[in-house]
Design a protein around this ligand. Sequence first.
Ligand SMILES: [Fe+2]
Length: 491
Amino acid sequence: MRIKAVFVCLLTALILACSQKDSTSKPEGPYFGNGFHNGWADQESIVIWTRLTKEKEGNMEGQQFLSISKDEMDLLDENPSKEKIHSAQIPQGFDLDDMEGACPGSPGEVKLAYFPINQPDKKMELPWVAVNNDENFTHQWQLEGLTADTEYQVILEARGGSETGVSDKIEGKFYLPPKAEQEKEISFTIVSCHDYLRKDQPDGHQIYRSMLKLDPDFYVHTGDIEYYDKQEPWAMTEELMRFKWDRLFALPLQREFWTQNTSYFMKDDHDALRNDAFPGMSYGTVSWERGLEIFDQEQFPSNSKPYKTIRWGKDLQIWITEGRNYRSRNTDPDQRGKTIWGETQKQWLFTTMQESDATFKVLITNDPILGPDRDNKSDNYANSNFKYEGDEIRDFLNQFENTFITCGDRHWQYVTHYEDTNLWEFGSGSGADQHAGGWKQEDVRPEHRFLRVKGGYLFAKVFQEDGKAAISFQHHDVDGNMVHEEIFYAN
Ligand SMILES: [Fe+2]
């Protein structure tokens, strides 16, 4: 009898030990290999985007894509077949998940909690929600009712399903803009044009390390965040487009910066579809409409409209414009009605700029408005094929003092100012030195106040000096060294 009791005790202990081991061992995924990023922040709202992945990191030991020439790519593009596009670029016996940088998605559930930093008692916890398997395993939250001029902590948790434990947890933060009546020093960075292929560090782009040190209040990427129409692979199918996002978002330098900073992501031609893209075009098997959808609805935080103006305190208001969705065909004759922004967005811009009482107005556009640009280009307001609407916009902007244009797209850093006008334009340049080019360093025009054919970013700051509001625009190299500065005092 006694032996039997001991045996039962031992058995119970063993079962208990086993079940305890089960409940404490961490499930293997899903993970947040792409971290999270945010978008469209204003005084009371922000959108948070995330994606679940099979692994915690991108596959840096993966296979190399087969290199095919631009001519071969053109042939595949003319007569597109998903099978041919993939087999021409993915080595036989492998699939996309085996390739270098791959960060495949995973089904599962995510949970978001947030609270003003240092006030964890105000924590808001949202319910577990399944990621959307049809949208590349992503999920977005639109957070409302937040407080202006407040830094929030974000905590994300992942799990396979309601029966499994938490498999990953990441943290980050964002900062919401101060209200229109608040006088506050504000700094921000503007970046353009980078991709996985032309990264300057094994773990991403150096600019993200440099900008993290500056701790800006917000950051804007003006587009060409990745290039579908560049090799390894030429992304002529939806699968390859998503692959390129998954790979870029897994880069540690990018991921770290995006989880820590209020961001605004714009798109341009290469991440909408292809070079100088306009409505009606396709790339391989992907239509124009699908290209816009993948960017606007799936891979980045979504907004009801892809443009927005945001007040950043008393002295600053920014306008973020959309330069692809509403444009005419680049090849149409230049005349009244030919447009890049579309009539509705243009009138919105004109009205909101006229109504603004911010000390400084900063228009952030994908592409140049002043230029100068190369004579053979035909994609932006600085080009002769968009002169009609370009002149209308330049005339409109010229009526305002303390108003500045900042833009991306061009792969050189510049400051342009036309004497006897109020027009200033700051081109951020590309995100890496090996991505720079397209202009000759010695081709300095009379309107150039600064020209540097190298990579880097733009760092701007609104501040008070001797009781006067001021704004500075600094060009930085990729390491964060200032290479040029213009300071303006409010008139
Ligand atoms: Fe570009």
